[in-house]
Design a protein around this ligand. Structure first.
Ligand code: GLN
Length: 312
């Protein structure tokens, strides 16, 4: 806002928020019982630009657990700490066409198919720097905080709920260890993943995290480098092909933006060298994507011509 003159971006965001707020479809996830308490009316929208401006509308400062939106950022940390080839040996990059929690590993290699599904995220979390699980989680929360530009914290109620109902993820952990994809104690490895999912963020945080990837690894609000530009390129590529699981094809078709969804209703989308988008709205469609996030990103993309495949 330059001297009280409303910016066209802010006006567009407000107008979009008002319209998409009325979209009334989808279901709040309840398989992690604490997530089921979320108010389905919540709707936060944030857009951060590469020059460090952050525009918000609605409930953009409401905290919620990051869930699977953590996966691309932890993948970035693993790539930074280990290098692309070492990470590729352990986690593939092929889309699954299946849901986030599919119990399937790559035929032949035993690797998880990609880092955006739970199986891949559990292995990815085991690859960040640290001598033990405690240090690796510290690396993860510090790294995500650097992406967000503020110190992030855990939601212990959601974490406890997630641990109580996490047998499917433990089963994935045992499947991974049986295939030789994960070493050591399964509960500890899956425990790091549960904690990473229980980190609290806002839609504003997600927009800043996304624009940090779009900007090649320097957080434009803090000016601090988090990861290298090559890492961002790799993460955005995998988000484009696998970020919304079995919806990734249609998502890319409609929005043209690399993105990642999460079961609490968060979503990040990024346009390289331009901007990051963060959305929070708990009701999900049947593939686990926030219904209002789909509507908002599709409209933003159309209105501003953001589709990456769009001929100039
Ligand atoms: N913690 C959730 C789970 O593992 C994350 C899933 C998601 O956001 N899609 O089930």
């Amino acid at each position: 806002d330059a001297g009280g003159v409303p910016s066209p971006v802010q006006e567009m965001l407000d107008e979009l928020h008002t319209r998409v707020r009325d979209v009334d479809a989808g279901e709040v996830a309840t398989y992690i019982p604490a997530l089921g308490k979320a108010d389905p009316a919540l709707f936060g929208l944030a857009l951060a630009t590469q020059d460090g401006h952050v525009y918000t509308a609605g409930d953009a400062d409401t905290g919620f657990t990051i869930q699977s939106v953590s996966k691309p950022f932890v993948y970035a940390l693993a790539l930074h700490d280990r290098g692309l080839n070492a990470v590729l040996r352990r986690v593939g990059v092929e889309p699954t066409g299946e849901g986030f929690d599919a119990l399937r590993l790559e035929a032949g290699t035993g690797r998880p198919l990609n880092p955006m599904v739970n199986a891949g995220a559990v292995v990815t979390a085991s690859l960040v720097d640290g001598d033990d699980h405690g240090q690796r989680f510290q690396r993860i929360i510090d790294g995500l905080s650097a992406f967000a530009g503020r110190e992030l914290r855990l939601d212990h109620e959601v974490l406890a709920s997630e641990e109580r109902t996490g047998d499917h993820n433990r089963a994935l952990g045992y499947l991974l260890r049986n295939a030789g994809a994960l070493r050591g104690d399964v509960n500890e490895a899956v425990g790091v993943y549960f904690r990473q999912c229980s980190i609290v963020v806002t839609a504003r945080d997600l927009a800043v995290m996304a624009v940090t990837l779009a900007a090649g690894g320097v957080n434009p609000v803090t000016g601090r480098r988090v990861v290298g530009a090559d890492t961002c390129e790799h993460v955005l590529a995998v988000m484009a092909t696998s970020g919304t699981y079995d919806f990734a094809g249609e998502w890319l078709l409609r929005t043209g933006l690399p993105a990642k969804s999460g079961v609490s209703g968060g979503l990040v989308a990024a346009l390289p060298s331009q901007l990051g988008i963060g959305v929070y709205s708990p009701p999900l469609d049947r593939r686990g994507t926030s219904v209002r996030a789909i509507a908002a990103c599709q409209e933003l993309s159309a209105r501003f011509g953001l589709h990456l495949m769009r001929p100039a």
